[in-house]
Design a binder for this molecule. Sequence first.
Ligand code: ZN
Length: 442
Amino acid sequence: MFARKKFISAKEVAQHLSSLETRERLNLPAGTIHERTAVRWLQYLGYSWRHEPKGQYKDGHEREDVVDYRQNVFLPAWMRLTEGLTAFDDGNESSVILWFHDECTFYANDCRTLRWVHEDEEPVPYPKGEGLSLMVADFASAQYGWLRAPDGSSEARILFRAGKERDGYLKAQNIQDQATLAMDILDAHYPGHKHVFIYDNAPTHLARAPNALSARRMPLHPPKKKNFLCPVKTSEGLTQSVRMEDGTFPDGTPQSLYFPEGHPQAGLFKGMKEILHERIVKGALLPDPSTLLAQCPKFKCPSPMDTTVHCCCRRILFNQPDFANRTSGLEEHCKARGYEVLFLPRFHCELNFIEQCWAYAKRIYREFPPSPTLLDLERNAVAALDSVPLNAMRNFFRRSFRFMDAYRNGLNGTRAAWACKKYRGHRVIPESLLADMEASGV
Ligand SMILES: [Zn+2]
């Protein structure tokens, strides 16, 4: 019975077991089975009534590179931005406004994630595009809630109804257009604040210009046959090959990656060895590239996190400031208008408080009658999103703030989760943390 039907209620189990046919087949005594009894049986069999396991927390959360980014890149930036941010919910005129961005999909059959889940069940990735769906992308802050004009005349929320986008990530261009929309609204209605956009670490958000500086595919020497160029899609959909953009020498002057006019190999890509050699001539303190491999065997550098280890040409270039600091297209786009962009560490949805806003909205959404058409789905989803109270949003924000603080205190995911639950009423983790943890055996 369970194998055939995933979504089943205890009531249905009780009804099934109470039917004359089943009772005869299983040789059960006469009488009806109460729902309460069915619940106890299900629990005895190892089932519990909860949401389908999604397994976001498990994979990668404590991976070395993710933790490295969290502790050494994200948190220092976060602390710099939130310094002096004490009365965020007063809407202080001069304060920093942190706009979290996120995407969420509403399904016509969204009600169906709460079910009896067996204890041995492994999380499975959500099938995308199961029936009718609507993708929503929005920004929210603890001060103002969803990003919109005070009179509601414009909003940064975008809905993706049809077409290819519905199935997966939004395209980098969509995300950039949305940022433009958001900046237009903020410029017009919320001047005087410093605005920061906080995005997930999704590939679409990190997308760089097609010819952005990248050592990933660079050859060691000037290529003999085909020059090393970057494919760029034109507006007509054609692919064009263009030169990779210039690098930057230690003295701040540009370094072309291609040999200049008049050189015997004019126009040809210089190769990693020559690029590094030129940098050394200009004063970079690097080992002689002629003794180094293009890359460590199987791309496995011994300590990829340690920027002082010069194991191979590719790693050295990865760690060169101009290569390492090459910002994403989105970041550049926002920076050009004075908006700062911060990317959350991967797999850390607990740091994005919109996640909880979506969850709140979905609880409301599930109360509505089903959405048979896309129009109903859209109306219901929007109504649900708009009914998330600002106070709830602020609580969610405080919760992710506590997580930030827990990670800042050097806790791992499990301990951070414990601390955030324990200090629910606090915005920052109290000094007594370590003693409390010890006392509780975490
Ligand atoms: Zn290496």
